[in-house]
Design a protein around this ligand. Structure first.
Ligand SMILES: O=c1ccn([C@@H]2O[C@H](COP(=O)(O)OP(=O)(O)O[C@H]3O[C@H](CO)[C@H](O)[C@H](O)[C@H]3O)[C@@H](O)[C@H]2O)c(=O)[nH]1
Length: 340
């Protein structure tokens, strides 16, 4: 049987595809290439389709013997989500509705879902635990929370079991340097910092240095993308063993300030990386750190790449080998949709 990975050409999706192939799973990918890259997945069964196209989705389920779904396909930029709530509700919430509906029609009853720390909003406790209050402060987090709740009701009605994985700050790249992070526009801290030694920007701006943290800059919990990938696989194994639906945080449990991240990047790249303080970015909580004890205890997950230096070194390896990301990496390959 096959595992359907939606959004498998995106950053975390493509690393998860790679990990699943390394575990000898049979993988089918659907991605509308809105922000994903066809060249990020080297796979036979790739469909350039949108999950909201239920007829195309149904054809894929009927063509392949789908055992379970790993669901990444979604819009995921916090700032953009505040300006385009319709797009976020349509792609994320309605997209999830279409996916679950086609799963129901095809008797597929397992889904692992890509959720986010943004479901918590401004945290009440650090480290954040799964039982903590969810009170999103942006449209992105609100849509992901709505998707989680939808899965809960679809479980009640149709017995579709789910695992929801709330990631903290994904970073790094596959050790090969063959796949990595390539967003357009790029908004994430680590790839933006690395653009300085790559010669693409002359400095990094630090958004605020007056937070109540060790050095005034925001603290985040950075987690290696391959550790996120392995958690998806363990979650699938968990569902295969007929366990009940569950929600897990995924982070290292260590917080690093923006200044500390820049310092580690200086060490890894051997570049001075000039940094300048700018005003705060709207909606940034001061500190986000995960408690991942539950994922460790219940699915046996343990992050392998928990040093920030290793995470940044792997990201750097990808960027040095592919300074223009996927655009110059390969010549354009042909793509095909489920209608062909
Ligand atoms: O040029 C930059 C870019 C970012 N930052 C700071 O670096 C930290 C990390 O910012 P990122 O944009 O890399 O990540 P976020 O913590 O904002 O967002 C991450 O966590 C969110 C949940 O809170 C969502 O899941 C989102 O998709 C995910 O990237 C923040 O304090 C931000 O203000 C800077 O100082 N300068």
């Amino acid at each position: 049987m096959s595992i359907l990975i939606t959004g498998g050409a995106g950053y975390i999706g493509s690393h998860t595809v790679r990990y699943f192939l390394e575990q000898n799973e049979d993988v089918v990918v659907i991605d509308n290439l809105q922000s994903g890259h066809r060249n990020a997945v080297n796979i036979e069964h790739f469909y350039e389709n949108d999950i909201r196209d239920q007829e195309a989705l149904d054809r894929i389920f009927k063509r392949h013997d789908i055992e379970a779904v790993i669901h990444f396909a979604a819009n995921s930029l916090v700032g953009e989500s505040m300006k385009k709530p319709f797009e976020y509700y349509h792609n994320n919430v309605y997209g999830m509705m279409c996916l679950l509906n086609v799963m129901k029609d095809n008797n597929v009853n397992k889904i692992v879902f890509s959720s986010t720390a943004a479901t918590y909003g401004e945290p009440m406790n650090i480290p954040i635990q799964e039982e903590d209050e969810t009170n999103p402060t942006n449209t992105y987090g609100e849509t992901k929370l709505a998707m989680e709740k939808m899965m809960k009701w679809f479980e009640q009605g149709y017995d579709i079991k789910y695992v929801s994985l709330r990631y903290f700050n994904a970073a790094g790249a596959h050790r090969s340097g063959a796949i990595g992070e390539d967003h357009n526009p790029e908004t994430h801290l680590i790839p933006l910092i690395l653009q300085v030694p790559l010669g693409k920007r002359d400095r990094i701006y630090m958004f605020g240095d007056d937070y109540s943290t060790i050095d005034g800059t925001c603290v985040r919990d950075y987690i290696h993308v391959m550790d996120l990938a392995s958690a998806h696989y363990l979650s699938l194994e968990y569902l295969r063993s007929n366990h009940s639906s569950n929600i897990f945080n995924l982070g290292n449990g260590n917080g690093y300030s923006v200044k500390e991240v820049i310092d580690v990047a200086r060490k890894v790249t051997n570049h001075t990386i000039p940094a300048e303080v700018k005003e705060r970015r709207a909606g940034d909580p001061a500190v986000l750190i995960a408690s991942s004890e539950k994922a460790k205890n219940v699915i046996g997950w343990s992050p392998k790449f928990d040093s920030l230096e290793k995470i940044i070194a792997d990201a750097w390896n990808w960027h040095v080998n592919n300074p223009e990301g996927y655009t110059q990496k390969f010549s354009k390959e042909s793509v095909r949709g489920a209608s062909t």
